[in-house]
Write a protein that binds this ligand. Structure first.
Ligand code: CTP
Length: 397
């Protein structure tokens, strides 16, 4: 995505400036040509030579450089994206006012490329009405914002936003801005993932082998396409994807409740979870002692989440289910598509090597209510997630 693309990285005077060396290095490593513009304050924190060493390009800091008379116009017009990180309260205020009193603010005024800023400042400065109104102004102009995050500041611990987002997060947001053009931009997507588990007693559970990997990759890919994403997940050791809101649940009933609470205004629901289908009808209050020997558990069915939430969904919501089968997968998938009133179902055969639970690859067939069937041969779950999202984006074609 970055190969051969030009990026302008504006760095202003905050302590987080040192972290932007890593951002510049990562962008360069990905193949981007990174032109760094430093404000006067930035050079109090990091030396220009450091940025020159990682980008292997000259660093600019003044409107009055030799051979750079038009830099303030050309840089932001030739770039694929302009990133300002860290963006101090001062830079944000000057940009909101349309000032052009140094190279960075002049470039921002002349830029035609999309602009992404990563605010970083003291938590009070961030909360101040002046800063909030300036940020609102920039947002209204179409600027993209990442963070600030909550956490420790240079001046001490804080539990309020102010701290600059980490370089990996800024990079992920920049990639999302660059990707643009998806029909999922601005849409709300809910993904369920992972297994649920049902208590036998306070320490033991009934569950299944789902790892959550497929659902997490779907949530990640939907966010990268510009959607706002809620991920409702049972127990999973997968890292929460950048940008995604996570709701953790344990039982099938909790997953059903969380889904009901998240459904208003949703455009796409992807039910990739493997909810436990049965639960012990009378979970023990105390730990079941081993001395009881053989025991019989009486199990009852759990709620079928799709059946109970999707049937009366708004007509413009696209509902996608999964069917993991062992044999006759397509036939059983067709049946579930009808029975669960889905728009689309992603079928996989757990007996196929490399597909299904707890592996990093998958092979699926995507069936839809309009009679289309598309086979996606064995590949990484991230690639399968993108194939599923392509099918969702083209569902109404
Ligand atoms: N599903 C659900 N609620 C459940 C179980 C499953 O909403 N209690 C969803 C899954 O997330 C998936 C789809 O239904 O999207 C199909 O899941 P699957 O377990 O294959 O379906 P079941 O109805 O449990 O069918 P089977 O009789 O094959 O177990």
């Amino acid at each position: 995505m970055w190969q051969g693309r030009r990026v302008v990285l504006g760095v202003t005077g905050g302590i987080a400036a040192y972290k932007c060396v890593l951002l510049a290095r990562e962008l360069t490593r990905c193949g981007a040509e990174v032109d760094v513009i430093m404000s006067r304050g930035a050079s109090e924190f990091v030396g220009a030579v450091t940025f020159e060493a990682v980008t292997r390009r000259p660093v600019r800091s003044s409107l009055w450089e030799h051979a750079g008379a038009l830099d303030h116009v050309t840089l932001g017009q030739q770039a694929a994206i302009v990133i300002v990180a860290p963006a101090t309260a001062n830079l944000i205020a000057r940009a909101a006012a349309g000032m052009a009193d140094d190279l960075l603010t002049s470039m921002l005024l002349a830029a035609t490329a999309p602009i992404l800023i990563a605010p970083a400042m003291n938590d009070e400065m961030y909360a101040n009405a002046a800063t909030q109104s300036n940020l609102g102004e920039l947002r209204d102009r179409g600027w993209h914002l990442v963070g600030p995050a909550t956490g420790d500041l240079a001046e001490g611990p804080s539990d309020r936003p102010g701290r600059m987002s980490e370089p990996a997060e800024i990079l992920a947001h920049a990639e999302r801005v660059l990707r643009g053009a998806s029909t999922l931009v601005g849409k709300r997507v809910v993904v369920t993932a992972g297994p649920t588990r049902e208590a036998i007693d306070p320490v033991r559970v009934l569950t299944n082998r789902s790892s959550g990997k497929m659902g997490y990759r779907l949530a990640e890919a939907a966010w990268q396409r510009g959607a706002s994403v809620t991920l409702i997940s049972g127990v999973s050791s997968e890292a929460v994807p950048i940008g995604v809101d996570l709701v953790r649940v344990d039982t099938t009933a909790e997953m059903a409740d969380a889904l009901r609470r998240s459904l208003s205004g949703v455009d796409v629901l992807i039910m990739a979870a493997a909810p436990a289908d049965y639960r012990p009808l009378a979970p023990r209050e105390g730990k079941l002692p081993r001395s009881e020997g053989a025991i019989t558990l009486e199990l009852g069915p759990t709620e079928d989440i799709l059946m109970s939430t999707v049937a009366d969904r708004p007509s413009d919501l696209i509902a996608v289910g999964f069917a993991l089968e062992t044999g006759n997968a397509i036939e059983k998938g067709q049946d579930k598509l009808q029975r669960k009133q889905l728009d689309m179902i992603v079928v996989n055969d757990a007996l196929e090597p490399g597909a299904g639970f707890d592996v990093d690859t998958n092979a699926v067939t995507i069936l839809d209510r309009r009679g289309r069937a598309q086979h996606v041969s064995l590949r990484s779950k991230a690639e399968v997630a993108n194939a599923i999202l392509d099918a969702i984006e083209h569902y109404r074609d």
